[in-house]
Design a protein around this ligand. Structure first.
Ligand code: NAG
Ligand code: NAG
Ligand code: NAG
Ligand code: NAG
Length: 493
C-alpha cells in the first residue's frame, strides 16, 4: 500500500505572464471576490437564484442557510445512519467536546444530530481485505482516458432547439458562441468511443436510479445527460429544490430516474464564519465524517457518479477527531500545516468510496463511477477581473503543462478507486472511473466564457462550466459505454 503523499500542491496560484503557463491555473481564490461583490450588491432573490446556476461553485456556500429547508424536504427518512454506514468506530481524539460538534447546529441546520456519519480513519483500511472473495469490477475494456480530439462533421447529438431543459447559463449558442467547438469528438488511443445513442441508454438503465453526486460540475453532467436522453423521451420534472442543488427527473416509459445531489466536499463541511458571524468563503472540512447530504440518498441508487475537486482550492481547514489538523491553501497562517489540495481530495475520495463500499442499506449491485477532475481555463484573470476563455479550438497537447495540478488530482482519484477495489470487500458492488481529465484539459474552447444570459451577471466569464451541447456530452458517452459493458458482463455470468 503506497503511503499517503503529503506533498503540498505547488501549482495553484503563481501568476505567470505566459498565457499557456497561466492558462490552466485554478483561479479559485478569486471566487472569494466573486462572492463578495455579489453579496454586497443587494440583489433580488431572482438574481440570486439565477446566478446560482452558473456561479454556484462559488456561491452556494454562502448566505443560503435557508436552503436546508429544501434539503430537509427530501431527506425526511435518512436511511443511512452512522451505524449503518460503517461498523468501524470513529477515531476519537482526547478532547472531542470540540467546537466542531457544535458547528453543525449553529451554522447550518442539518436533518438530525446524526446527520453526518463517521467514516473510518485511514490506517485501518488495509484490514478490510478478505481474500478469496471474487470481486467483479467495472470492466474497463478500453482505456478511454488517453486520446485526442479529432474533427467530427456530424456535430452534436442535440441542439439548443431540441433540448427543452437546456439551462440558459450553458446555452452558449443562444448567446452567440461560435459553433466551431461542436465539431470535435474524443478519439481514445486504443479504441473508439461510440457516439451517444439516446435510445440505447434508457434500455440499459430500465427501472434504475442514477445520481450525479457533487458540485455544479456534477450538475453540468446531469444536465447534459438530460439533453441527450430527451432526444428519445421527454423527462418529467419530479423534484427541484429552490437552489437547483437537488434535482430529480423521471423517464416514465423506461422507469429511469436521474438525479443530481449536491455536495462540495463529500465530507461533512461547514463554512467558517467571520467576527460578525457571517460565513466566509472558507470551510471547515471534517475528514472523518461524511456529509449526510449525499449518503442519505445512496440506498435508493443503482448508479452513483461522484466527482469533485474544484472547491478544495479555497482556503479550507481540515479537521479530524474534533480538532483542526491542517489546512489547504492557507500558506503562512500560524501553526497550521498546509496539506495541499491533493491530500484533502485523496482523503475525502477515500472516505466516500469506503462509505459506499460499506453502506449496509445500499443495493448489492450499486455501481459507483468516479468522474475525474476537470480544470477551468481562465486566461489573464478570473471570474470578475477580466479573465476570459475565447479560444476557438482545442489546445495542443504541448499547451497543457505536465505540472498542472489536474494531473495530480486525476492520479489521486484513480489511485483511490483502485484502492477501494483492492482493499475493501465490495461484493457485487462495483467501482469504476470516468477519466475525463486529459480530454477536458484540452478543451479550453468548451466553456461559456461570456456567452450566457448577461442580465443577471455582467462583466464576468465562465471558464469553469461547460457549454451544452459541447465537450461535456462526452462524459456521458463514456458513462453509457461503461454501463453497457457492465450490462454485458452480467449477461455473461
Ligand atoms: C447540505 O445541503 C444544504 C442545502 O443545500 C446545505 O445548506 C448544507 O451546507 C449541506 N450540508 C453539508 C454538511 O454539506
Ligand atoms: C442518533 O443515533 C443514536 C445511536 O443510534 C440514537 O440513539 C439517537 O436517538 C439518534 N439521534 C437522533 C436525533 O436521531
Ligand atoms: C470589467 O472588468 C474589468 C476588469 O476588472 C474592468 O477593467 C472593466 O472596467 C469592467 N467593465 C465594466 C463594464 O464594468
Ligand atoms: C480573445 O480575447 C482577447 C481579449 O479581448 C483578444 O485580444 C483576442 O484577440 C481574442 N482571441 C480570439 C481568438 O478571439
Amino acid at each position: 500500500m503506497a503511503p499517503l503523499p503529503t506533498t503540498p500542491s505547488s501549482s495553484t496560484s503563481s501568476p505567470t505572464a505566459s498565457p499557456s503557463r497561466s492558462l490552466l491555473h485554478s483561479k479559485s481564490r478569486e471566487w472569494d471576490v466573486v462572492v463578495q461583490r455579489n453579496v454586497r450588491s443587494s440583489v433580488l432573490l431572482l438574481l440570486l437564484v439565477s446566478t446560482v446556476f452558473v456561479f454556484s461553485v462559488v456561491y452556494t456556500s454562502r448566505g443560503f442557510g435557508a436552503a436546508a429547508t429544501g434539503e430537509e424536504a427530501i431527506s425526511q427518512s435518512p436511511l443511512v445512519t452512522a451505524e449503518e454506514l460503517t461498523n468501524e468506530p470513529i477515531a476519537v481524539a482526547e478532547d472531542n467536546v470540540a467546537p466542531e460538534r457544535q458547528s453543525p447546529a449553529t451554522g447550518i441546520s442539518l436533518p438530525s444530530a446524526n446527520s453526518s456519519a463517521p467514516v473510518v480513519s485511514l490506517p485501518n483500511t488495509a484490514e478490510q481485505t478478505e481474500t478469496g472473495e471474487v470481486r467483479i469490477q467495472v470492466e474497463e475494456k478500453c482505456d478511454m482516458s488517453m486520446g485526442k480530439w479529432v474533427r467530427e462533421p456530424k456535430g452534436s447529438v442535440y441542439t439548443k432547439l431540441t433540448c427543452p431543459t437546456l439551462p440558459d447559463f450553458k446555452n452558449c449558442q443562444k448567446y452567440g458562441k461560435d459553433p466551431d467547438h461542436l465539431f470535435w469528438r474524443w478519439q481514445p488511443d486504443g479504441c473508439d468511443l461510440p457516439r451517444f445513442a439516446p435510445e440505447r441508454f434508457p434500455d440499459v438503465v430500465r427501472g434504475k436510479r442514477l445520481a450525479f453526486i457533487g458540485d455544479s460540475l456534477a450538475r453540468n453532467q446531469m444536465e447534459s445527460l438530460l439533453c441527450l436522453l430527451s432526444q428519445a423521451e421527454t423527462p418529467v420534472n419530479v423534484y427541484a429544490d429552490a437552489f437547483d442543488k437537488f434535482r430529480t427527473w423521471h423517464f416514465p416509459s423506461h422507469d429511469f430516474t436521474l438525479m443530481a445531489t449536491w455536495t462540495e466536499f463529500y465530507a461533512h463541511a461547514v463554512p467558517v464564519v467571520d467576527a460578525d458571524g457571517k460565513p466566509t468563503a472558507s470551510f471547515d472540512i471534517h475528514l472523518d465524517r461524511l456529509s449526510a447530504n449525499w449518503t442519505t440518498r445512496l440506498p435508493e441508487l443503482d448508479y452513483a457518479v461522484i466527482s469533485g475537486g474544484n472547491w478544495f482550492f479555497r482556503v479550507n481547514y481540515l479537521w479530524e477527531g474534533g480538532r483542526r489538523t491542517g489546512c489547504v491553501n492557507c500558506r503562512g497562517e500560524a501553526g497550521l500545516a498546509d496539506s495541499g489540495v491533493a491530500y484533502a481530495v485523496r482523503r475525502v475520495v477515500r472516505a466516500a468510496l469506503q462509505g459506499i463500499a460499506r453502506c449496509r442499506d445500499c443495493k448489492p449491485g450499486l455501481v459507483t463511477f468516479l468522474r475525474t477532475y476537470t480544470p477551468d481555463h481562465f486566461e489573464h484573470g478570473s471570474w470578475f477581473d477580466g479573465g476570459y476563455c475565447n479560444r476557438t479550438r482545442p489546445l495542443e497537447e504541448r499547451e497543457v503543462g505536465s505540472g498542472h495540478i489536474g494531473w495530480e488530482l486525476r492520479r489521486v482519484q484513480n489511485e483511490e478507486v483502485t484502492r477501494v477495489r483492492e482493499t475493501m470487500t465490495t461484493g457485487s458492488r462495483r467501482f469504476g472511473v470516468l477519466d475525463v481529465t486529459k480530454a477536458m484539459m484540452l478543451r479550453a474552447d468548451g466553456h461559456p466564457g461570456g456567452h450566457y444570459d448577461k442580465r443577471w451577471v455582467r462583466n464576468a466569464s465562465d471558464c469553469l462550466h461547460w457549454c451544452m451541447p459541447g465537450p461535456v456530452d462526452m462524459w456521458n458517452e463514456m458513462l453509457l459505454q461503461r454501463i453497457v459493458e457492465i450490462a454485458r458482463s452480467h449477461v455473461g455470468r
